[in-house]
Structures are given as structure tokens and as C-alpha cells.
Design a protein around this ligand. Structure first.
Ligand code: FE2
Ligand code: FE2
Length: 292
């Protein structure tokens, strides 16, 4: 009599009932016959027999072939992963070079406008890097802060030469015009996708701890740490650099100023760290701070 596939003939036992029959069976007789029937049923599902002429050889061959294929797949996967890793590395190196070229291009534009401002940006970046170190900023934040410091005054490209390079003190109207440079800088940089994290730092590098700075009069609690570091680095360089209308201050005078203005102009923790660093290190030069 034909049976539907998967059905069990009377007297055969399969599934849990079969297992129960095996457990219950004992000795020769009906239990023995049931156990043999169950074994045949399970083996038939595995497409294998265990009688004479049929052995576990096919299973062994299958296992050997499977192991060989797995080894080949592993080797192929290693090749693919290795190739992709190398390609990603090349792309990242190319991307980093393109980003560095973009930053250098912007700095060249600053130089074309005013060479003094470019050298100032390089020195501020060098001071900012030191301040990141002594205030324990992580590597990613340090990179963002240093690049923002390099580009913090890029907005001065949009300030009239007569104001930017004026040898004497600025009038109130001229100072109001200068106060536009953080916003102009952000307008320039926001077009460049990888520089977007810098925008708040560039925008707020002239805020003060007491909220008396510009452009948004943010106090210390609302000003990004990176902007506070750049603001301190910016002031250190402004005080130490010679200008045609005043002599440079000494390192001792700058340390005293950082101490006097901590909590008002400067973030106290950053000002103290900066003063401690300046007390034990020589001021940076534009050449030492060159990103080239
Ligand atoms: Fe500035
Ligand atoms: Fe500056």
C-alpha cells in the first residue's frame, strides 16, 4: 500500500512516540522490532541507510566537501576583507589630503588678504594645541579645536583693509565692523561639509566668561570649551605679538593678565592651565606653528 510522503505506517513509530518506544523497549520481540523501525525511519529522513552496502561514507564525503568549501570561503573572505580594507585606507588618505588642501587654500586666502593674520592664526593654533594638551581634551576634540584655531579669523577676509590693517586704535564704528568677522567666517566655512563641526568654535571665539563678549554675549556656561580654548590662545598671541602701535607684552605680563582676568574674560580653569604652561615654556613662533 502506498503511503503519503512523511506518513508513518502502522507499527512504525516516529518522533517523540518513537523515542518513547526506544526508552520503553527492552529485549528481543516487539520492542526490538519497534526500535529497528524507528532507526530506519530516522535514517530515511537523513537519506542514509545502515544496512549492508550502505554506510556513513556519503556523510563523510559530504563533511569533507563541506570543510573544503568552508576553508575556500574563509580564504576568499579574507582576500575580500583585505582588499576592501586597503581601498578604504586609500580613500581615507585621499580624503585627508583633500581636506588638508582645503584648509591650506583657506589659509592662503587669509594670507592674500593680510599676511599678519595668517601668521597669527598659525600661532593661535599652536597655543590651542598646547592648551588642549594641558586641559586633557581627547584626540578628536583636539583636532577640531586646532583646525578651528587655524581658521578662527578667516572671516577677516570680509573686513575692509583700511580697518583690518589700521596701525592705530580703532574707532567705535570700526570696532563694530571688526565684530562681524566671526559671522563672516561661519558663512565661508559652512559651505564645506567636513568643517561644519568647527562652526560654533569659530562663531564664539570672542565670547567672554562673564558674558560680555561678542557676537552673542554667551557666558562661560554656554560657550563651547573649544571656543574658550581658542579665545584664550587668541588673547595670549595678541598680547605677545608686536604691533606697530604698541610693544609686545612680556611672558610675565601675560601670565599676570591671565590671572587678573580669569573668571571675567577667561575661563578660570583654562586661564590657570595656560599660565602654568607659559611659565615653563617659550612662546611659540609662527614658523614653529606652521601647518605646512
Ligand atoms: Fe577673531
Ligand atoms: Fe584672532
Amino acid at each position: 500500500m502506498k503511503r503519503a510522503a512523511g506518513s508513518v505506517a502502522q507499527g512504525e513509530v516516529s518522533g517523540p512516540a518513537g523515542l518513547n518506544a526506544i526508552k520503553a523497549g527492552g529485549g528481543v520481540g516487539e520492542g526490538q522490532m519497534k526500535r529497528e523501525s524507528v532507526s530506519k525511519s530516522i535514517l530515511s529522513h537523513l537519506k542514509l541507510g545502515r544496512g549492508p552496502g550502505r554506510s556513513l561514507q556519503p556523510l563523510q564525503k559530504y563533511a569533507d566537501r563541506s570543510a573544503g568549501l568552508q576553508a575556500t570561503n574563509r580564504a576568499t573572505n579574507r582576500d575580500v576583507v583585505g582588499r576592501l580594507t586597503r581601498q578604504i585606507g586609500q580613500l581615507q588618505r585621499r580624503q585627508r589630503h583633500a581636506q588638508a588642501d582645503t584648509i591650506m587654500g583657506l589659509l592662503s586666502a587669509v594670507e592674500a588678504k593680510d599676511p599678519y593674520t595668517r601668521r597669527h592664526c598659525q600661532r593661535v593654533a599652536a597655543y590651542a594645541e598646547k592648551l588642549c594638551e594641558v586641559t586633557a581634551q581627547n584626540a578628536a576634540d583636539t583636532e577640531t579645536i586646532v583646525i578651528a584655531a587655524l581658521l578662527h579669523d578667516v572671516g577677516k577676509i570680509g573686513i575692509a583693509d583700511a580697518i583690518l590693517t589700521k596701525p592705530g586704535a580703532l574707532t567705535t564704528a570700526e570696532f563694530e565692523a571688526i565684530k562681524a568677522h566671526p559671522g563672516i567666517g561661519v558663512a565661508i566655512l559652512r559651505r564645506i561639509d567636513f568643517l561644519r563641526p568647527l562652526l560654533p568654535l569659530v562663531m564664539h571665539h570672542h565670547e567672554r566668561h562673564d558674558g560680555g563678549g561678542y557676537p552673542d554675549r554667551l557666558n562661560g556656561a554656554r560657550t563651547p570649551t573649544g571656543a574658550k580654548i581658542i579665545q584664550t590662545a587668541d588673547s595670549i598671541d595678541a598680547m605677545l605679538a608686536p604691533r606697530s602701535y604698541r610693544r609686545p607684552r612680556s611672558v610675565g605680563e601675560v601670565i599676570a593678565e591671565l590671572d587678573r582676568c580669569k573668571g571675567t574674560q577667561f575661563d578660570p580653569m583654562i586661564a590657570e592651565a595656560a599660565a602654568a604652561w607659559l611659565a615653563t615654556h617659550p612662546p611659540v613662533s609662527a614658523d614653529a606653528a606652521s601647518p605646512e
